[in-house]
Write a protein that binds this ligand. Structure first.
Ligand SMILES: [Cu+2]
Length: 652
């Protein structure tokens, strides 16, 4: 039955693509004719190819991990688009029509292209209340922008935290004649050519965490419990997972068994202050394994190399990733090439993308391991990396969990692991890339504006939380929570800067400024904060410095004069990085720099869903001498929910 459904869904998605392409042709054809078309955005007018994509959002009852069915959002019929990426060519323009057909969940949405700088297309950033109004059920919105970058990005809903319920699509832009670092990874020409070829069509692996609750249900439960749900049901790889249940003996090897539930979660109910709270057994305690088969990723053994681009589109946890018996060459971060670094495992924060290449040395099957890293839950997922074997080759040996008294775990290839299920290296020689924010240096660094000097503008924020639902990003010396109601701002910030400048959670500076953002984690309040994945919309940023220690310098030059290590040479160039966790005694800090290249209203926020919803966000306005950017007709009509006649009469 499930198989039939898959075939049906595939047919449906094929039909959608055909319809999209023909719609594109029809439009181009009709442009010469007198027939009036539904209004569409104009694009940048620079010509070249335009790709037309239609994304239909529906809600479906589905089980993505073999456990009970629940409502998820489907993209063209499948949650998370079935894990399938959209591929674009660098320099193409893309027009994405989003049709919100949510019915049962009755949810509004928008579509943000995470990491896309939107130069010349500021109205397409997809943040409700900042660059557009929400797209209500039954409504549509068309985004149009040029793929001027290369590498892995992702499209996701930016309304509340609903992306984790299925509205995620990986997006890969094939690099066109970019200087690449592959000759550093392979010392022979065939290897370099193989790596370049694979980087045009890489394997893409998207990691998400999955629970039995939608984000709305989680928020309701959080109120009832006075706690976040710190307990995922399973991890999904490309939208599909299996519920794994390690034995209590194993859990006690890795953690303090007295406070760990069968799901690998903290026993919230036994903690002081929660005596009178009833935590749902099936969400926190009981673990029932499911038998969803592991996914297999095939690689071309003859070529000698495998290339995978990883994306974490999770809602809550950060992860550690490794492939048994394979040294990894990290060569890309948030789209851009990085100076290659070698290791056996790497951490990936929510929103980050990491590209890896590995040598295909011995035909076989190897286990890919993904586990929560430095989080209050032991949870992991597996997949199979396979190459050089004929279909009927039976030389691979698998574990037999049933006979090994480990019946809740899947049967996996018996390759030698570098990390265990709890995300811990199995020995001291395992090299873990767990500080990508300083290690993955730009391969071909763009110029650092005002190198060696203080920026034109330095912004200072501290991160903290008042309780499990209120998370702050605050100008130093204040406490500010970005209000969830800002998503309903009318008009959106981008349409009237002056109305918003001076408000809480809004900063502004003149367009063209070189801006440093200094973020401190926990230090001001002496509290322990987790590592927060900090994402900035629009321009990527140069990570000048990051580390642990209390930090109170007013600009980067003062910090450097006082012994803080600043990278003016080849700083990582990112759109999302994890600021280190803080302790009770010691804070942590992050300093990044960018040059504002156009008037915008850019969101700066933590990508942990509950933190973002709970207020850990800020809007950075790059003004154009106090004015707002010129407003194209399509967006003024769609984003302001006005009809065309009203806009025309206002413009005249
Ligand atoms: Cu956070």
């Amino acid at each position: 039955m499930k198989h039939l459904y898959t075939i049906f869904a595939t047919l449906l998605s094929l039909l959608t693509i055909t319809k999209t392409q023909s719609l594109g042709w029809k439009l181009q054809h009709d442009l010469q004719g007198p027939i009036q078309q539904p209004m569409r955005p104009e694009g940048d007018g620079r010509g070249g190819n335009t790709r037309y994509i239609t994304l239909n959002i529906t809600d479906e009852l589905a089980s993505l991990d073999g456990d009970d069915e629940r409502y998820v959002y489907a993209v063209n019929g499948r949650a998370f688009n079935g894990g399938e990426a959209i591929f674009l060519e660098e320099d193409e323009e893309v027009e994405i029509e989003l049709n919100n057909n949510s019915k049962e969940l009755n949810t509004s949405t928008t579509l943000h292209a995470h990491g896309i700088e939107q130069i010349g297309s500021v109205y397409n950033d997809g943040v409700p209340g900042v660059s557009q109004n929400v797209i209500k059920p039954g409504e549509s919105f068309i985004y149009r922008w040029r793929a001027a970058q290369y590498g892995l990005y992702w499209l996701h809903s930016h309304f509340s935290g609903i992306y984790q319920d299925g509205q995620v699509i990986p997006l890969y832009i094939r690099p066109k004649q970019r200087k690449n670092p592959f000759s550093i990874i392979s010392d022979d020409q065939d290897g370099v050519r193989a790596l370049e070829r694979h980087d045009q069509n890489p394997t893409i692996i998207t990691i998400t965490d999955y629970t039995q609750l939608t984000i709305w249900e989680q928020l309701e439960k959080a109120e009832e419990w006075q706690s976040e749900l710190l307990c995922a049901n399973s991890l999904l790889i490309n939208g599909q997972g299996r519920v794994n249940c390690p034995t209590s003996e194993h859990l006690s090897e890795w953690t303090d068994s007295n406070t760990t539930t069968a799901k690998g979660c903290i026993d919230r109910g036994s903690q002081p202050g929660y005596e009178n709270v009833t935590f749902d057994k099936d969400l926190w305690y009981t673990c029932t394994p499911t038998d969803v088969p592991l996914q297999t990723f095939e690689f071309d053994y003859e070529s000698g190399w495998g290339v995978i681009h990883f994306l974490s589109a999770s809602g809550h946890w950060n992860y550690l990733v490794s492939i048994d018996e394979h040294e990894l060459n990290f060569f890309a971060a948030d789209g851009n090439y990085a100076k290659p670094v070698k290791g056996e495992a790497f951490s990936i924060g929510i929103g980050e993308r990491i590209g890896v290449a590995f040598r295909l040395h011995t035909p076989g099957e190897y286990t890919l391991r993904i586990s929560a890293y430095n989080e209050p839950q032991v949870i992991g997922q597996f997949a199979i990396i396979r190459y050089g074997l004929a279909d009927d080759d039976d030389r691979v040996e698998y574990s037999d969990p049933a006979s090994e008294n480990d019946p809740g775990m899947p049967s996996i290839p018996l390759s030698e692991p570098f990390i265990n299920y709890a995300g811990q290296p199995v020995s001291g020689d395992i090299r873990v890339l767990n500080d990508s924010l300083i290690s993955l240096k730009q391969f071909a660094p763009p110029l650092i504006p005002k190198r060696g000097e203080a920026a034109d503008v330095t912004l200072h924020y501290s991160l903290s939380n008042a309780n499990f639902l209120k998370w702050s990003m605050s100008e130093w010396g204040t406490v500010e929570y970005y209000a969830a109601s800002n998503e309903l701002n009318k008009p959106p910030v981008l349409y009237d800067f002056e109305q918003y400048i001076g408000d809480e959670s809004i900063a502004s500076y003149p367009n063209g400024s070189v801006v440093d953002v200094i973020i401190t984690n926990g230090a001001d309040y002496g509290d322990r904060q987790p590592a927060h994945p900090i994402h900035k919309h629009f321009e990527h940023y140069h990570v000048l410095a990051a580390g642990t220690g209390n930090f109170s310098y007013w600009d980067v030059v003062e910090a450097e004069d006082n012994g803080v290590q600043v990278n003016w040479l080849d700083p990582p160039y990112r759109d999302t990085v994890l600021i280190p966790e803080s302790t009770i005694d010691e804070g942590s800090y992050l300093i990044f720099r960018y040059e504002s290249v156009q008037p915008t209203a850019a969101l700066l926020h933590c990508h942990v869903n509950m933190h973002n919803i709970g207020g850990m966000a800020y809007v950075l306005i790059a003004t154009d001498e106090g004015g707002t950017p010129a407003m194209p007709e399509y967006y003024s009509v769609k984003a302001l929910n006005k009809d065309l006649n009203t806009v025309n009469s206002e413009l005249s």
